[in-house]
Structures are given as structure tokens and as C-alpha cells.
Design a protein around this ligand. Structure first.
Ligand SMILES: [Zn+2]
Length: 314
């Protein structure tokens, strides 16, 4: 087993969107005539519209991977394509919907529908969920980068959807896909016997989860952890240790998971995001996990993984 495969085996299946078995073919995607190089392979196309992925209607949502004939039937064969990579002798592409077309304008077979990946992810295969997440993230970036951030001129896709270049002859700025880093942290009590969970305004029911927030320009990841915990709960943290990461294309983040140790106990929630935050013992956290909406779903997010790792420590 090579190092990459070994790492992939150890790191995979902790949570959704983290499977990495597609070969991104970084050199191949530089080729403007990539089709010639891939002509002996199968092709699969992932159609993304209004940030949603395409599924078959059924008891369980099943992602639709279109073939070339299906593209023609849906009249989307001329839409912009992004080359995602190669897996199982098949080239995967994402389809970018033109700017003036939304879900309401698409004519789909009656057994197809568009859905938000986040709402169905735990009901689909983790590998397929990772492909859809990758496609959705790159489509989002291409769609929001149609104009140059330097001079405002239109951009065009190059490197098979992995770069966009400004069309102005005096500018020619090249734009690269971006991912917004966010820290997410399980904070333990000074006694290490409790953990700090918060209830976000956006959560349904009584769901508690780990704290999280975007990294700001000019700060380290550890500083972002310390700042976010203090801003959201008033709790002081001095030590933060990196534990793992998860792609989070909702719409363009990567979640960087940390364990942090609190130096203070008092909670003061005057942040806009949290309704409340509390210290939970392991018994209380386990009780929360038994409620329908008490914690994030198992094996779905790095948030739940950080909580479960702490619960399993002796
Ligand atoms: Zn420009």
C-alpha cells in the first residue's frame, strides 16, 4: 500500500465529504483538449443548479451521474464543464448551469429532482457524497467568479474549470478556486470532566454542537479558536490542538477541527449566533445524543466526531 492509500484508509469514513479516492489529475487538467486524452474512458457528469445536486426520486435519495446521452436528452450538453478527476477508469465532470437559468427553468425526467446535499448526505453513499460535494464546491466558485475582482471585466474558464482568467487585455488576472477556513472546536472544562456546547439560532429543536467560526485575515488557526470561543461564550482558552479537517462546501468552507482546553468556567453568551452555551458532563452529553435532534448526526460532521472522540476517552 502506498503512503497516499494508507493515509486515505486511516483518514476516511470518519465523516461525510472526506473520502478522497478520485485522482484529481492535476497535470491532465492543464490540457485544453483533455477529451482526447480521456477518450477511452467512461464519462460521468454531475449536474449542479442553484447550489443543489441532482437525485433520483425514491425511498432513499440516489445521486444522478449523467452519461453523455443523458446530457443531450436534457439539452445541457453545451453547458460549461469542470473536469473533476478520474476514478475507476471513468472521468468525472461537473456541469455549470448558465447564469440566466435556475432550477425552475430546467426540464427534468419525472424521477429526477434537485436537492440540497446537506439535507440528504447521510442517506447516500459516503463516496458519492464526496463527489457531489467536490462538484458543488467548484461549481459555486466558478459561478461567483464570473467577473474579475481586480477590474470587473468578465472572466473565462481555463484549466478545465480550475482557474478563471480575466478577459481584459490589460489585466489578464488569473483567479484560483478558494476555500474559506473555519475552525470548529470541542472545548473541555478546566477539570476536563465537561465539554462546552452551544445552541445556534439556526439549529432546529434543542440541538447543541461544538463552537465554530471563520478564521480572519492575519490570525493563526489557534488564535481563531481562542477568539471565537471567547466571543461566543466568554470562556477563556489558552491551548488549542489540531485534530482533523472536513470539506464543508456550504458554500465554500473547510472545517478545521480542534480540541481546546478552557482556563475559565463562567459562560456569558452575548453573541448573535448562540442562544445559549452550557457545560455538559459525559453522561449529559450521552443523554443529549439520544434525543432526536440533540447532537449533530453520527458520522456526518467533524463536530460530532470531536464530541464522540471526547466521549470515548477514559
Ligand atoms: Zn481583470
Amino acid at each position: 500500500m502506498n503512503a497516499e492509500a494508507g493515509w486515505s484508509r486511516i483518514m476516511s469514513q470518519r465523516f461525510y465529504f472526506d473520502k478522497n479516492v478520485i485522482n484529481r489529475s492535476t497535470l491532465l487538467r492543464q490540457d485544453n483538449h483533455i477529451g482526447r486524452q480521456l477518450k477511452n474512458m467512461g464519462q460521468k457528469f454531475i449536474f449542479v443548479c442553484d447550489g443543489k445536486n441532482l437525485f433520483y426520486v425514491g425511498d432513499k435519495p440516489k445521486p444522478v451521474f449523467l452519461d453523455k446521452r443523458a446530457l443531450a436528452e436534457l439539452k445541457i450538453e453545451n453547458y460549461e464543464r469542470i473536469f473533476l478527476g478520474v476514478a475507476d477508469n471513468t472521468a468525472f465532470y461537473a456541469i455549470v448551469t448558465p447564469v440566466n437559468i435556475s432550477i425552475g427553468d430546467t426540464i427534468l425526467p419525472s424521477n429526477h429532482y434537485f436537492e440540497d446535499l446537506r439535507t440528504v448526505a447521510t442517506n447516500i453513499e459516503p463516496l458519492e457524497a464526496s463527489y457531489l460535494a467536490y462538484a458543488k464546491a467548484l461549481v459555486f466558485w466558478n459561478e461567483k467568479s464570473r467577473f474579475c475582482g481586480i477590474c470587473g471585466s468578465p472572466t473565462t474558464s481555463q484549466k478545465n474549470g480550475h482557474e478563471r482568467i480575466c478577459s481584459s487585455d490589460v489585466c489578464r488576472q488569473v483567479h484560483f478556486p478558494r476555500t474559506d477556513p473555519a475552525v470548529i472546536m470541542l472545548v473541555t472544562h478546566p477539570t476536563a470532566k465537561k465539554c462546552l456546547l452551544g445552541r445556534n439560532r439556526r439549529f432546529k429543536g434543542m440541538r447543541f454542537s461544538t463552537l465554530a467560526g471563520f478564521v480572519e485575515p492575519g490570525e493563526t488557526l489557534e488564535q481563531a479558536v481562542i477568539r471565537e470561543v471567547f466571543e461566543e461564550t466568554g470562556v477563556l482558552v489558552s491551548k488549542a490542538t489540531y485534530r482533523g479537517s472536513q470539506p464543508w462546501p456550504f458554500p465554500a468552507s473547510i472545517m478545521l477541527g480542534f480540541r481546546a482546553e478552557a482556563d475559565s468556567e463562567e459562560i456569558k453568551c452575548d453573541d448573535d449566533e448562540l442562544i445559549e452555551a452550557r457545560w455538559f458532563t459525559k453522561e449529559e452529553t450521552l443523554a443529549l445524543s439520544k434525543l432526536e435532534d440533540g447532537l449533530p448526526p453520527s458520522n456526518f460532521s467533524i463536530s460530532r466526531w470531536l464530541i464522540d472522540v471526547w466521549l470515548n476517552e477514559s
